[in-house]
Design a protein around this ligand. Structure first.
Ligand code: ADP
Ligand code: ZN
Length: 219
């Protein structure tokens, strides 16, 4: 069966990052998080990363020229994401969704999945979120690593993201409503949308995701 081409949509804190990584592993494709790329570049101190970080720390969107360049490079024919992928955090605006179609150049997306979690729950997840600097594993203040904020998986430092402040969280959720929610309609109109309930244990959410993806692939 062909490799899946998937987009994960959902509010900040809906669990897209974790689930995108699991889906990628399960289906044997790479997952790509634009936010992770920017954070890695910023940590390395590249000009591009530091530029992106100025926007990220305020909760603003990184300008399209930068984001679309990254996607164009990643999805280019001959690259590792040519035949299948899971995108997390892109597209985030209607314009980016249209640009994705252009970059794919006839390659069809299989599904855009809206991982739905109510605002009250994501607010709690984001305010308490702590992330491994090294492998990006996500923890919560109520469920910390076993040893003194050191990652259980890789031993990296577990810290709060610079944009998980109250102001930046508010702004990011506001931009989500204004800029990203319209994409849900865009994919619905194109017959590509699936809605998945993102509340509950990670394993249960993952099973729901696999179910909609497999249903789509077995049409
Ligand atoms: P979150 O979804 O929790 O905001 P991400 O890691 O997906 O976390 O993104 C972090 C930040 O990176 C965003 O707030 C934004 O500044 C920037 N970013 C990521 N993806 C995009 C995108 N597609 N368009 C514009 N900015 C983006
Ligand atoms: Zn780690």
């Amino acid at each position: 069966m062909a490799l899946p081409r998937l987009v994960l949509l959902g509010k900040q804190g809906a669990g897209k990052g974790t689930q995108a990584a699991r889906l990628g592993e399960y289906y044997g494709v790479l997952h790509l998080s634009t936010g992770e790329i920017f954070r890695a570049q910023a940590a390395q101190g590249t000009a591009f990363g530091l530029e992106a970080k100025r926007y990220m720390d305020e909760g603003e969107l990184v300008p399209d020229e930068i984001v679309i360049g990254v996607i164009e490079e990643a999805l280019a024919p001959g690259g590792p994401l040519e035949d299948g992928f899971v995108l997390d955090g892109f597209p985030r605006t209607l314009h980016q969704a249209q640009e994705l179609d252009r970059v794919l150049d006839g390659r069809q997306l299989d599904l855009a999945i809206n991982l739905d979690v109510p605002r009250g729950i994501v607010l709690d997840r984001l305010a308490g979120r702590r992330v491994c600097e090294n492998c990006q594993r996500v923890y919560h203040v109520n469920m910390p690593p076993e040893v003194d904020w050191t990652c259980d998986t890789c031993g990296g430092r577990v810290v709060q993201r610079d944009d998980d402040t109250e102001e930046a969280i508010d702004r990011r959720l506001q931009l989500y409503e204004e800029q990203t929610v319209p994409i849900i309609d865009y994919y619905r109109e194109h017959g590509m949308l699936a809605q998945v309930n993102g509340v509950g244990e990670g394993d249960d959410v993952f099973k729901r995701l696999v179910k909609v993806v497999d249903a789509r692939r077995c049409r």
